[in-house]
Design a protein around this ligand. Structure first.
Ligand SMILES: Nc1ncnc2c1ncn2[C@@H]1O[C@H](COP(=O)(O)OP(=O)(O)OP(=O)(O)O)[C@@H](O)[C@H]1O
Length: 343
């Protein structure tokens, strides 16, 4: 994947189509869309009923004629037509107003590290379908590293872990390039799934998906010394009746730990592939944690303890990638840095 500084500076919008959220950055304006990557469709007419936050609220609550769909799965656009329709609605007037001022010529879009040609093509087609004449693809890891403010152009190692909804990507960068990188199918959704499975297996309780986040918040509170157990309301697996159980926060924490060990493995793999000098740099500089799941309670502590390395969470971990891409569009990134990165 090669990009050029010039080509990026000609782009009008930067897009990050994630499994959980869609973010759009308008050049010289900033973030104009940050909404769930969700659409609700009327199955009788095929028409869109809602997109973004409104569509996400409908999840699990729809009558038979409404279907809630996610056009991006595992970080790849799997339903190009739906992704285009969703983007058109999300952008709505915001883009049309900007379009009148300056016609949309090119768009930049983040793609996962090592995205296969099909995934790259799906991203390009999605954007050309909404009017982009040209689409530049940028590795999410580079965009996120720039968005976190990492000094990637220096001849010393920086490590970034981008933990999203469906995937976690890990990279070591030096001299503006990725030295080693790894992608694992573990993210916030995997963690939510682990919590749901734990309650199902241990307490025969089905938990509504919206109830997982409050449980995670509870984990955070318990880290701060609050209650070690809590009541959870769900549906009995056998009877189907509403039931309340008291669960031990420690057990939830260990259920969450299991999928997160996949991230640790990825960090280990990347470190093993790096020259020893760069690994030595990282012992001082540590790891930068980005992506929406970076704020998962206990995740940073677990990584710190397991790696023995310093760890920082980015200031705005969820929007690092699109903000990094936006900074490239706005020309806020040093040419030296980008030229090295794009070789
Ligand atoms: N405060 C929070 N506590 C716990 N998890 C959170 C919090 N905020 C967001 N998340 C998790 O972050 C994930 C979304 O992260 P992000 O916005 O980086 O995803 P994405 O870019 O759409 O995903 P991907 O990179 O996998 O395509 C969701 O799974 C969500 O559960």
């Amino acid at each position: 994947m090669t990009i050029s500084l010039e080509a990026l500076r000609r782009c009008s919008i930067a897009v990050d189509l994630g499994a959980a959220r869609t973010r759009v950055y308008l050049r010289r304006t900033g973030l104009i869309v940050d909404e769930p990557t969700v659409a609700a469709v009327n199955t009788h007419t095929g028409g869109l009923i809602a997109v973004g936050t409104l569509a996400e609220r409908m999840t699990g609550r729809t009558p038979e004629h409404i279907r809630v769909v996610r056009p991006v799965s595992g970080g790849t656009v799997v339903d190009i037509d739906m992704a285009q329709r969703m983007l058109r609605l999300l952008l709505g007037n915001k883009l049309r107003r900007a379009w009148r001022r300056r016609p949309l010529v090119s768009a930049a879009v983040c793609v996962q590290h090592d995205a296969d040609p099909l995934a790259q093509r799906a991203a390009v087609e999605t954007l050309t379908g909404i009017g982009a004449k040209r689409v530049e693809l940028v590795d999410t890891l580079i965009a996120a590293a720039v968005g976190c403010g990492l000094p990637v152009e220096r001849p010393e190692a920086t490590m970034i872990v981008v933990c999203g909804a469906a995937t976690t990507q890990v990279a070591v960068l030096s001299l503006g390039s990725i030295v080693a990188a790894e992608r694992v199918p573990v993210g916030g959704e995997t963690v939510d799934h682990a919590v749901v499975q734990y309650l199902r297996n241990e307490h025969a309780l089905m938990l509504p998906s919206q109830a997982v986040r409050p449980l995670q918040l509870l984990l955070k509170n318990s880290e701060d010394g609050a209650a070690p157990s809590t009541e959870v309301h769900g549906r009995d697996v056998a009877t189907g009746l509403a039931r309340t159980v008291r669960i031990d926060v420690g057990s939830v924490r260990s259920a969450i730990r299991t999928p997160l060990t996949g991230v640790l493995d990825a960090i280990g793999t990347v470190l093993r592939r790096c020259p020893p000098d760069l690994v030595a740099d990282l012992a001082d500089r540590g790891i930068m944690l980005a992506g929406g799941s970076a704020v998962l309670p206990g995740f940073d502590t677990m990584l710190r303890e397991a790696t023995g390395m310093p760890l920082n969470i980015a200031d705005h971990p969820d929007v690092c990638a699109v903000e990094g891409l936006g900074a490239m569009l706005d020309g806020k990134v040093q040419p030296l840095l980008l030229d090295a990165m794009v070789s």
